[in-house]
Design a protein around this ligand. Structure first.
Ligand code: NAD
Length: 353
């Protein structure tokens, strides 16, 4: 396999965790005899500093030419003042839209060894294995925005076809898992959610009659995620609800540093990134957990390059390192000595091939 992969380290801990994912991909290429070519490009605050734009044309061109794109994280206080003219996050939203990656898959799997790393009770979270499928290119994040001295507005828009295609992604995913889809909306208040519910119900009923379906309002879903997380298989929801629910769900797995994501569209080219942000509070200290980034690299191998055996091997190497007691600070319990980002990466890669 010969593939071009664009790496977008971004800001804060982005470069540190991207370096870990890069090492994992290089080792996979070496062990399994593939040729991965890497282009490293600017995005987010780093790109604003250098070029004035959070997504320079050169970055976008490289992403469009690639088989897959890996992104660390963007953002930080330097670029986030209330009067900032251009924001790093704008680059990320544009990138997702340009790549046409409308389905963001966020798996949440609780490893037995980490049940005590979560602030939630072991009896509730043991065995959790769910995927949130978040709609990524529609809704309030992309709607028209207005602001004057005293009033601001964000428009939320959803089209039938956007709901249909994301529900199909969720249902197909569930077919290979436990056959359950839970659709989350706010249909008691929002018109976009009433459309979402009509279309989701119809699509699931007509096209996927074998799937067990459930519908929850987002406020109730936030509660059920904590009270009965094991019941969920695939959760499908709109852009903002998915953004919020997955940060909540990260606490099931113990830390934001454990959760990977894949953003997919109609082609095999995908965008892969840990769900966490740039974590300015720990940036540059070599303490960030690289597991989410390395697991995102495994998703890249699986979804964009169809290298299933290699992806399984990377996931197994992460699990083996955790099972052997390797812990970065975010998942270390009292009495456990945390190791650095670099050492955690070394320990994972030692188990790969
Ligand atoms: P964050 O995810 O950066 O951090 C939240 C908390 O989790 C922090 O305490 C951080 O130290 C910790 N954390 C995150 N990742 C970790 C890791 N790998 N290992 C150990 N601990 C980790 O969220 P935030 O602080 O709300 O946002 C910081 C910046 O990141 C903001 O500018 C925000 O806009 C941006 N952001 C970017 C993305 C992205 O690039 N996809 C996503 C979310 C937030």
């Amino acid at each position: 396999m010969d593939a071009l992969i664009t790496l977008l380290p971004g800001d804060g801990i982005g470069p540190e965790v991207t370096a870990a994912a890069h090492r994992a991909l290089k080792q996979v290429a070496e062990v399994y005899g593939h040729t991965f070519r890497f282009e490293v490009k600017l995005v987010g605050g780093a790109a604003i500093d250098e070029t004035g734009s959070p997504l320079p044309p050169d970055t976008m061109a490289s992403c469009m030419d690639s088989a897959a794109v890996f992104l660390g994280a963007v953002g930080g206080p330097k670029w986030s003042g209330p009067h900032a003219m251009v924001r790093p996050e704008k680059g990320l939203l544009e990138l997702r839209a340009e790549l046409g990656v409308y389905a963001n898959l966020r798996p949440v799997k609780v490893m037995d060894e980490l049940v005590d790393a979560s602030p939630l009770k072991a009896g509730i979270i043991r065995g959790v294995d769910l995927v949130v499928v978040r709609e990524l290119t529609g809704g309030i994040y992309f709607g028209k925005k207005t602001r004057d001295e005293t009033v601001a507005s964000d428009l939320c828009v959803y089209h039938t076809h956007e709901v249909e295609r994301i529900v199909r992604v969720a249902a197909r995913l569930a077919s290979g898992r436990r056959n359950k889809v839970c659709s989350v909306d706010k249909a008691n208040v929002l018109e976009t959610s009433r459309l979402w519910r009509d279309v989701a119900d119809r699509t699931l009923e007509r096209e996927f009659p074998e799937i067990e379906t459930e519908t929850l309002l987002v406020d109730a879903a936030a509660m059920h995620l904590l009270s009965r997380p094991r019941d969920f298989d695939v959760i499908v929801t709109e852009n903002m609800f998915g953004d919020i629910l997955t940060d909540e769900a990260s606490m099931l797995a113990g830390s934001m540093g454990m959760l990977p994501s894949a953003s997919l569209g109609d082609s095999t080219r995908g965008l892969y990134e840990p769900i966490h942000g740039s974590a300015p509070d720990i940036a540059g200290l070599d303490v960030a957990n690289p597991c989410a980034a390395i697991a995102s690299a495994a998703m890249l191998l699986r979804h964009s390059l169809s290298l299933v055996e290699e992806a399984d091997a990377v996931d197994a190497a992460i699990a083996a390192a955790i099972a052997a007691g390797a812990r970065t600070a975010d998942i270390a319990r009292d009495g456990e000595t945390p190791i650095s980002t670099t050492e955690m990466t070394d320990r994972i890669l030692a188990g790969l091939g």
